[in-house]
Design a protein around this ligand. Structure first.
Ligand SMILES: Nc1ncnc2c1ncn2[C@@H]1O[C@H](COP(=O)(O)OP(=O)(O)OP(=O)(O)O)[C@@H](O)[C@H]1O
Ligand SMILES: [Mg+2]
Length: 226
C-alpha cells in the first residue's frame, strides 16, 4: 500500500531520525498553520517506493499557540490532499497526550495505537488514556482503538516483565498487542545513523518483531479494509 509516515510531533523525531535536514523542510505543521504549501513539497521519498515521509515542518512551534479543536479542518485538509495524491495509508506519529493538534488528529483519523514503555508508573496511566480515547468517539465515532503496544521491554528484568503482565491483567485481552518491542541497542545505533533499524545489518532480529506486530495490526484492520 502507498504509505505516508507523518511526523505530527513538534519535536520532530520521525523527521530527525530519518532525514537529516528535516528542520529546513516544509511539513505537516506548515499545512496546519495554513501556509499555502503545495502537497508535493511536503513529501520526502525513501528508498522504499511505497513509503514516503512528511516531516514536522518549519511551523512546528505552531503547536504552542494552538487551542483544542483549532485545527481539525486543517488536519482534514491534509488527509484529503494525501488521498488525492494516491496515498492509501497515513501513519501519524503524534506528540504524547490528548490535547492540541494530537486531539485534532484523533478527531479525524480512523485508528489509534498507543505505544507504552514497559515500566510500572507509565503502565498505570494507560486505563485512563484508553478511557479518554473512548470518549473521543463522541467527536469521531469511526475511531478504532487498536490497542497498546509495549516498548522497551527488558526480558532479563523481572520489573519490566511484571509491568507488561500488569497491563495485560488490567485491560481486555485484545487491547494489548501480543508482540512487544524489546529494548535493544540497535534502536539507539539506528537513530544515531539516521536509519530505520530494519535496514541495519544487525537489524534482522527486530525485523521479525515488527513483522509480527505488522500482521497483528493487519488482522485488526481486516474488518475495515474493503
Ligand atoms: N526498543 C528500544 N530499545 C532501545 N532504545 C530505544 C527503543 N525505543 C526507543 N529507543 C531509544 O529511545 C529514543 C526515543 O525513542 P522514541 O522516539 O521512540 O520515543 P517516543 O516514545 O516517541 O518519545 P516521545 O514521547 O518524546 O515522542 C530513540 O531514539 C532510541 O534511541
Ligand atoms: Mg515520539
Amino acid at each position: 500500500m502507498r504509505t505516508l509516515l507523518v511526523d505530527a510531533d513538534p519535536q520532530g523525531s520521525v523527521g530527525l531520525s530519518l532525514t537529516r535536514q528535516s528542520r529546513k523542510l516544509n511539513g505537516f505543521y506548515d499545512v496546519i498553520a495554513d501556509h499555502d504549501v503545495p502537497f508535493d513539497q511536503l513529501i520526502v521519498p525513501t528508498r522504499m517506493p511505497t513509503l514516503s515521509l512528511v516531516p514536522a515542518g518549519q511551523s512546528s512551534d505552531y503547536e504552542l499557540g494552538s487551542g483544542i479543536g483549532d485545527s481539525i479542518h486543517r488536519v482534514k485538509t491534509f488527509f484529503n490532499m494525501a488521498a488525492t495524491d494516491g496515498y492509501e495509508v497515513c501513519i501519524i506519529d503524534t506528540a504524547a497526550g490528548l490535547f492540541g493538534v494530537t486531539a485534532d488528529v484523533l478527531a479525524v483519523c480512523d485508528s489509534v495505537i498507543v505505544p507504552q514503555q514497559a515500566e510500572p508508573l507509565g503502565v498505570r496511566s494507560i486505563p485512563k488514556m484508553l478511557e479518554a480515547l473512548t470518549r473521543m468517539r463522541v467527536v469521531n465515532p469511526r475511531l478504532n482503538v487498536l490497542g497498546v503496544v509495549m516498548t522497551m521491554v527488558q526480558n532479563h528484568l523481572a520489573e519490566s516483565l511484571e509491568a507488561v503482565q500488569a497491563l495485560r491483567n488490567l485491560l481486555p485481552q485484545n487491547m494489548v498487542m501480543k508482540n512487544v518491542i524489546p529494548r535493544e541497542d540497535i534502536f539507539l545505533k539506528a537513530s544515531a545513523k539516521g536509519l530505520p533499524a530494519g535496514v541495519m545489518e544487525e537489524g534482522v532480529s527486530v525485523l521479525a518483531v515488527f513483522d509480527g506486530l505488522r500482521s497483528e495490526i493487519e488482522a485488526k484492520f481486516s474488518p475495515y479494509i474493503r
